[in-house]
Design a protein around this ligand. Sequence first.
Ligand code: SF4
Length: 266
Amino acid sequence: MKGLIFSVKRYSIHDGPGIRVTFFMKGCPLNCMWCHNPEGISPFPENVIISDKVGEREFSNSKEVGKYYSVENILEILEKERVFINQSKGGVTFSGGEPMLQFEFLFEALKACKENGYHTAVDTSGYSSFENYKSIIPVTDLFLFDIKHLDEARHIELTGVSNIGILDNYRILLNSGKDIMVRVPVIPGFNDDPDHLKKLKQFLLSTKTESLKKINLLPFHKIGSSKYKRFNIPYKMDNVEPPAKGRMQELKEFFSEVGVKVKIGG
Ligand code: SF4
């Protein structure tokens, strides 16, 4: 069995504790307007043309996005970084795209990583069946769980899918005994109005269990915008500016009332 992965990031320090290797799995059932990884949305390998300029000369190269990895390949990559991973109390993170879209491979990879002594994390939009989440709970130490909007209609508008199952899965994982870090993308004009933020804080407070370890506030940025052209996907966020540092600081204080650590960024 193989999994389709579009990027492998070594020495990652934003996807869970310590130094980690993060595998970005290809394919996502959501279509968030602000997605920073549009190359992760299609569940198929893709060929893109990358243009570059050196002096007056322009170069175009074709690049394959998405390669198939076996569980053994994953373990070989991790083994090379084991010293850093162990010294920093790090591990392995499966991100995307949406890693749960390749559930069978994800399960086998997590199981093998646990058997080999690695701390495991899954970075998820929450959009998969409850049965799938239930299956990976025993082989996952940490869930990085996105909450983008609480209102269902607005969630559909922004991401293309309902949030009902997502919020149900969140509540279930909160009672799994595993660690959870909630990730809230802060998208000006989309989910940062005072009414929504108040409801979100209340939701995080009322559902809180021992599992909730941290809230990460992820400020919107445009770093991935140039990738849209390469993938022939229209970019809809040209008129949206990243939130100011002062605003992020205010939100950090606001969400600290939930009673867990709040961090700006991953
Ligand atoms: S869930 Fe993540 S990967 Fe999927 S479209 Fe949204 S931002 Fe992109």
